[in-house]
Ligand binder design. Structure first.
Ligand code: CMC
Length: 429
């Protein structure tokens, strides 16, 4: 009997099976051969919400949730946040290695020269209601890009995949800032190729009458670091949406649009928006004990706390907290930061949170920085979607080139009625 194997006895039949273990996992399909009779479908594994199911083999991002470790392509997030830029990190995620100087120059050129969008996109923006949520605008306009680039359907063509990669990463800040200016009723600002990826985004957001926008270097670096921290996070809900939709082989704009929808929810990228609402509601540090009591009674969740994978301090939250101090030194203090820090202390020393291993996640402090920078809370998930596009594209490219992947199509355990006879309307109760 091989050491790297699992022996299973099916007590219904008394039969014993030996399943190989590879990289700490067994193949769900190996259970299918376990049957009670020839016409039995075979045993399935039941895993709602994929809490213990690996859907792919991946080389993009590594997380050790118990130790609070996050690495992109093997590089620790702390080193990337300290020394890299968002565009270099995006190259790393997509291409699997740190670029040399010429690769980075070419990559930066390619992204910079794909930031413009077709003028029709401006007209779509006009169609949204004055109070449209920017995530809805972003999701819709990214899907609409599909109609401008029909060749993007050739997902098996590496050159087309590369071109769509540049376009997706490059156009996301343009669409996001158009959505922002639509919300504010400001005229749209076109991309400025002289600026960095982040500086150009700031220009498209905030430029008014000045002939040239000059980004504040501290804010530009803080936003760039936030982009690095949000660039990928292995098989989270939106990456799973990207892969699941991408597996039927539509163009990547459609799959990215689905991923944006997944990110929008308050349990995922919408949490940073929910954190600010929660801190506003608490209003004063003196109200924290009553709020925490409500959380412990199960009346609500402490937003920005807890994670499916991290059972330790989210390493991204630690870096963001440091940057929050730097940004607030520049922009002035924020009373919500005081409430957040006090809330964190109370929660981290409370048995309810200790026993469940609930720690601050990336969203706990990011909203405070975004708010200090002057963003309305609706824009927070949009600021998450811009950098995450690099991760989604890296996951999608890995999926498309993985010979083991097929259309994603889970099984179900059917527990409903069977073989009923149709009842005409006049005979129904
Ligand atoms: N506040 C209070 N209790 C919580 C929280 C929370 N934020 N998160 C988990 N718990 C409790 C939960 O009630 C459960 O307790 P019990 O065992 O008594 O029933 C236990 O902890 C385990 O929770 P779970 O819901 O089974 O955990 P999950 O892995 O399904 O959920 C989560 C992970 C992130 C959805 C959840 O922790 C949560 O809702 N957090 C708040 C929303 C949030 O901050 N989301 C951002 C996640 S990080 C960035 C991103 O993904 O975009």
């Amino acid at each position: 009997m091989a050491n790297d194997s699992l022996t299973v006895t099916d007590n219904r039949t008394g039969q014993t099976y030996e399943l190989p273990i590879t990289d700490g996992s067994v193949r769900a399909m190996d259970f299918r051969g376990m049957k009670v009779s020839d016409d039995d479908f075979g045993l399935m594994v039941y895993d709602p919400a994929f809490t213990n199911t690996a859907s792919c083999r991946s080389c993009v991002t590594f997380i050790d949730g118990d130790r609070g470790i996050l690495e992109y392509r093997g590089y620790p997030i702390e080193q990337l946040a300290e020394q890299s830029t968002f565009l270099e990190t995006a190259f790393l995620l997509v291409h699997g290695h740190l670029p040399n100087a010429e690769e980075l120059r070419q990559w930066t050129h390619n992204i910079t020269h794909h930031t413009f969008v077709h003028e029709n996109v401006r007209h779509f923006m006009e169609g949204f209601r004055y109070d449209a949520h920017p995530m809805g605008m972003l999701m819709s306009t990214v899907a609409a890009l599909s109609t401008f680039y029909p060749e993007a359907r050739n997902v098996d063509d590496p050159a087309s995949r590369e071109l769509q990669t540049w376009r997706l990463i490059a156009k996301m800040p343009t669409l996001a800032s158009f959505a922002y200016r639509r919300m504010r009723g400001f005229p749209y600002v076109y991309p400025d190729n002289d600026l960095s990826f982040t500086g150009n985004f700031m220009s498209m957001l905030w430029k008014m009458a000045e002939p040239k926008f000059e980004p504040d270097p501290v804010i530009e670096r803080a936003v760039d670091v936030l982009f690095i921290l949000h660039a990928d996070h292995e098989q989270n809900c939106s990456a799973n949406a990207m892969r699941s939709v991408g597996s039927s082989e539509p163009d990547p704009y459609m799959a990215t649009s689905a991923a944006i929808g997944a990110l929008a929810g308050p349990l995922h990228g919408g949490a940073n928006e929910a954190v600010i609402r929660m801190l506003e509601e608490i209003g004063d540090p003196k109200n924290i004990p009553a709020f925490v009591d409500g959380v412990k009674k199960g009346e609500r969740r402490l937003m920005g706390f807890g994670h499916r994978v991290y059972k330790n301090y989210d390493p991204r939250a630690r870096i963001i907290k440091r940057h929050a101090d730097e940004v607030l030194n520049l922009t002035g203090t924020n009373r919500l930061l005081d409430i957040a820090q006090e809330l964190e202390q109370v929660a981290l020393s409370d048995d309810y949170f200790i026993q469940r291993r609930l720690y601050p996640n990336v969203d706990f402090y990011s909203g405070i920085i975004y708010q200090a920078l002057g963003f309305p809370s609706e824009m927070f998930p949009v600021l998450f979607a811009i950098p995450r596009t690099a991760g989604w594209v890296a996951q999608w490219r890995e999926l498309i080139t993985d010979p083991e992947q097929k259309i994603a199509r889970p099984r179900q355990v059917y527990v409903g009625e069977r073989q009923l006879d149709y009842v005409p309307m006049d005979q129904r109760g």
